[in-house]
Design a protein around this ligand. Sequence first.
Ligand code: AMP
Ligand code: GLY
Length: 451
Amino acid sequence: MPRSKNVLIVGSGGREHALAWKLTRDGARVFVAPGNAGTAHEATNLPISPTDSAAVLQAVKQHEIDLVVVGPEAPLVSGLVDKLTEAGVRAFGPSGEAAQLEGSKIFCKKLLHTNDIPTATYRQFNSLDKAREFLESREDEPVVVKADGLAAGKGVFVCSNREEALDAIGQLQRDPQFRDAASGVLIEERLDGVEVSVIAITDGRTIVTLPPLQDHKAALDGDRGPNTGGMGAFCPAPFVTQSLMTEIEEQILVPTVHGMRRRRTPFHGILYAGLMLTSQGPKVLEFNVRFGDPECQALCIRLESSLLELLDAAVDRRLHEVPPPSWKSGASVTVVMASEGYPGTVEKGHAIRGLEEARQLENVVVFHAATSTNPDQPGAILAAGGRVLGVTAHAESLARAKLKAYEGVKEIRWRGAWCRKDIADKGLRHEHEQVVAESAELSSSPPEGTA
Ligand code: AMP
Ligand code: GLY
């Protein structure tokens, strides 16, 4: 089977470091545009902005790249894959039109509705004033207010009552990014349940589903505080049984891929379903059109077989030929270490200590998300943003993977560094409850052979 030799990863976060780490181990020579101090360790960084398609094309020629993997949503939505494909370059990721599945919440809702895919009920408004009138005229119920368009998690407000929802509209009205609501606003039914992420690789026909994960979107322990890009993840999420996974594939992933093909915007790349497991079954909260960050880190450390082979096959539309991926048994946990102030304004430039000590730990990988170097401080790695590192560990159980990841975290420090302390706890509680339920069932059934 043809294998790409020179791979260019577009992006600079923890996801891109994890992809560079894995693809290097799969035998590729990897370039990252622009990358970070961690990717520089695995690969060659190129000083290129992810949305500068002309510079990406030039780098493809210069370095004889035979596969481009686009990490973040912004270049996908702005059509980087279309430009590369038109120029004859093999690129992994959806077209700009297909990326609307993440780029526009209204596009996504319409696709879900047309294809009878379970999701929260919603109303769409083309102005914030109309959304406010609607909220004032209806029953006081929990809702979610969502601004259309890419907003890096900022445009979504989960509200317990009308007062909170009206406050969310007020916040959108005060924010220059949303004030005009040019592309619209949604008011959604608020769903209750356990949230999980199911990520699949697709070539537009065949779907390869990866093990389920759980992200931690809230900034603080116990899921309190503001929404973030994700403060940690674990894999697999034990809430998703094999039969539930089959239901998710049949009722959500397959109809989405078919629906996209039917409307002549075939979807290729990563289809990431953010799901709520409700009492009525799994429902779609959102789709992303790329690997999640930090979910990608927790997946890559467990993936035993070649990721390169999967990405190559997806780009060449022959995913059906590739054997299913194999995974290390046990579980993985990623704990994000962030700078003081995140998800608000952060101070950058503090030197990170303890990376070498953490690297010595077995089955621990420290993926860099926002790090840099400075010629004036030779050898130093500096915190360069909000989410700085994703300390990732693999072990034979979720409990041990959590312990290992926090062992890594303990080695690392910089001024103002912090992390959530409860990553994976919901999974551990669930495992514990399962054991209690199973043993109760065992003790209530009579031993075999008794009358
Ligand atoms: P989104 O960007 O649409 O995924 O929303 C961000 C987060 O808001 C999700 O991860 C959920 O935690 C929450 N959320 C979004 N939609 C809903 C909903 N309809 N009901 C409950 N929570 C939601
Ligand atoms: N961790 C959630 C995301 O990548 O959108």
